[in-house]
Write a new protein. Structure first.
Length: 250
């Protein structure tokens, strides 16, 4: 099907707000769990990486349910992966075309920003406490433990490829686990491949909150590490598209 062809039976305004809400809930819970672990004087301070990975997985679980009307993409890499796979619909009643593609991506990016703002408001008094600027930034967006743009990009491509390829394959299985399967997949990716870069695997997860960090009045927040910001956008897009193409080939 041509990207310019096809008419959606679900209004695109419904698709847009579904993706905004679902992605906002994902980021509210994901950024929120990192804030709880990293910021001082919370009940979860120092709880560790495993808590963070499960928090992100449960954020996916809740976000996909919240965005059921649009199929719960919550991630431009998923949307573009489905496009590359030759899918006829993004969700039941939502045709794959240029307008719907842009609607998904716009909703996901706005939702990422709003979810991060919600997490900031939830932890406002803790953000006001003294903490390293790098820790406050890490609550909103990813950064590599060893900075090497090329290899960091490879990590994000591989992790996102696994995410999108397996999600596409979920659609061909009879288990109907749906959001639970996606949530467990994200937990597994965090535990296995999240160590080098923090596993953005989603441009909306990283860029939307990074912009929120830039505009919010966070004391002692420092810079936004824009020199790295392209990696968690470009890497997931490449990984998602490759996954869609391979799913088509096989």
């Amino acid at each position: 099907m041509s990207i310019l062809a096809g008419a959606a039976t679900v209004p695109l305004i419904h698709v847009f707000f579904s993706e905004v809400l679902g992605t906002a809930i994902l980021l509210l819970l994901g950024v929120g769990v990192v804030a709880g672990v990293v910021l001082p004087k919370t009940k979860a301070t120092g709880a560790g990486w495993i808590v963070i990975t499960f928090g992100w997985g449960l954020g996916v679980f809740a976000g996909v349910y919240a965005a059921y009307r649009s199929g719960g993409h919550l991630n431009p890499a998923v949307t573009l992966g489905l496009l590359a796979s030759g899918a006829q619909e993004y969700a039941p009643g939502v045709a794959v075309n240029l307008a719907s593609t842009l609607t998904y991506v716009a909703g996901e990016m706005l939702g990422g920003f709003l979810g991060a703002v919600g997490a900031y408001l939830s932890y406002k008094r803790h953000f006001d406490q003294e903490a390293p600027a790098a820790d406050k930034l890490a609550i909103f967006c990813t950064a590599p433990e060893i900075r090497s743009f090329g290899w960091n990009l490879v990590t994000e491509i591989i992790a996102t490829f696994v995410l999108v390829y397996v999600i596409i394959r979920f659609g061909n299985t009879p288990t109907e686990l749906g959001p639970l399967a996606a949530a467990l997949l994200v937990v597994g990716l965090g535990l296995s491949l999240g160590g080098p870069t923090g596993y953005a695997i989603n441009p909306a997860r990283d860029l939307g909150p990074r912009i929120a960090h830039a505009v919010l009045p966070i004391p002692g927040k420092g810079g936004n590490d824009w020199s790295y910001a392209w990696v968690p956008v470009v890497g997931p897009i490449i990984g998602g598209v490759l996954a869609g193409l391979l799913a088509t080939a096989f």
